[in-house]
Write a protein that binds this ligand. Sequence first.
Ligand code: GDP
Length: 593
Amino acid sequence: MRLLLRLQNGVGGKGFSLSRSEPMRRPGRSPVGDADEPPKPSDPDAPILPRDPDKKPGWFGPMRVMGVFIACLMTVSAVFSVLAVLRDPPTNGVPAEGGVREVTAPKAIGSDELATSQTVVEKTSELVGGLLAAGFDEGSCLSRYQSVLFRKESKHKPSSYLISRLRGYEALLKRCGPHSDSYKRTLEMLKSGHSMGTSDCNYVVWISFSGLGNRILTLASAFLYALLTNRVLLVDPGVDMTDLFCEPFPEVSWFLPSDFPLKDQFKGLDQNSPHCYGKMLTGNSLSKLEIPSFTYLHLVHDYNDHDKLFFCDEDQSFLQSIPWLIMRTDNYFVPSLFLIPSFEQELDKLFPERENVFHFLGRYLFHPTNSVWGLIRRYYQTYLAKADERIGIQIRVFDTGLGPFQHVLDQILDCTTRENLLPRTIEEGSPEVSSLNQKSKAVLVTSLSSGYFERIRDIYWHDPTTTGEAVSIVQPSHEEYQQTEKETHNRKAWAEMYLLSLTDVLITSSWSTFGYVAQGLGGLKPWILYKPENRTAPDPPCRRAMSMEPCFHAPPFYDCKAKQGVDTGDLVPHVRHCEDMSWGLKLVDPHDN
Ligand code: GDP
């Protein structure tokens, strides 16, 4: 997230509008109009699976009977061990989803079932509600199959329409994906510079840009846009995308081929490029008589009024005729797609509940690679699995200066105690609770700094809790500052977002896409720490989120029909201003109080 420009947005704030003194020049209406194998023993990340030691039939001697008996005992004991590691009993009553739901145990999966990868696959598909396609090599992406063992079952179910559209998209990708005949034909158009009639395959190319949390959110936005416009999404691998994410679609890669002709020009594409859609509108260089083969969509936080016309129906209609759209964005722009009339009906059917768009698209698209999954799995099993309840605290401080800051620490502790998320501690000399509460809470802290973790850990080490609960505090890494050159830096960031998503109760920092990813993947409505002003802890310190959806930080405020400014957070009940950014937009379930 870019602080400076977000602040600039803030100055414009809610009152900013896309109204103009002169009417926008447009190309006119488009003629197009409409818009299995079990894990390999050599794999260090594969689960250790107890196996039946005796596979030869027809041998019934007393030694064998004794052997079978011992093997049975060992198997039963191993089943209990696995269940103990994966157990997740009900909480001590801290409300999670919507403030009323008790945290429930995941479907316990025994060792015999673990041994059968097919069963895990079935569980995966059952638990992800049919979201994931079959037909993958399990060993190449263990997280796709094993994540169900670490997650609670989602209370949200994808619509059957979403599932059928995803299967349809996978079929489209097979027909139009990289190296297909259609891809090659459309590539010829790109090389010629002109759209030569209609193409049976159209594309949106996502440029890798910004921090990892931003990238995950923008990729989900671009995918939804591709789904709505029947385009194929191609992903610029950037420096580390292949290292972080498994291929999400069966058989065909979502990565842009390395010989893609415009690849070397990505860096130079900006608002002033002649191919930028907003720029073309200003210069009146778009014509329906000579449709370009590609245009660059600048949807970055600093975009101007012309770039923002992307969110108007008339422009969408014209864009349909351009085979290649190259998109750069650092925004979760999904809420504004819900305000485009021609997408309305389709989005209604895809996401009838509205607030689970990223939850489903995120779980469908983003599977950690085996190296990242190893980080997640080992950390979870070692530090989080055994606790009765897991609490995530995501600390992102946008103030200048190194920190840790006392006001941030005060704010966190105020939030956790006021909202009964963590027990209070008893001051030195006060009588301790006599009953020994057996409940344990594991607190996962993520932050660039280690200071907050150390202070909270010391508090719960030095003083007993009023409830007698044992509270452990852990933090996987403290990278000190955002880095781009270090290979493992974003692996850790991705692992930590994912670990946060595996918690039962989540506390996040305002404005942070890192936290949005965790809440969306986890299906969690977090408590959001308000952004401190003047280095003072805000009062109240936090509030419960309205929905688990991320916030669109730089939405347009423009009524395309009336051609004047409008508060886009006040048009429909399911698109509201965000809790943590008054001018941002987010999706909410209008039926959820
Ligand atoms: P945002 O800036 O909070 O919206 O999140 P982004 O993920 O887009 O960018 C922040 C980047 O800083 C991350 O991608 C990481 O590289 C790094 N970062 C920020 N907070 C943490 C943290 O708690 N843990 C780790 N490992 N990295 C972090």
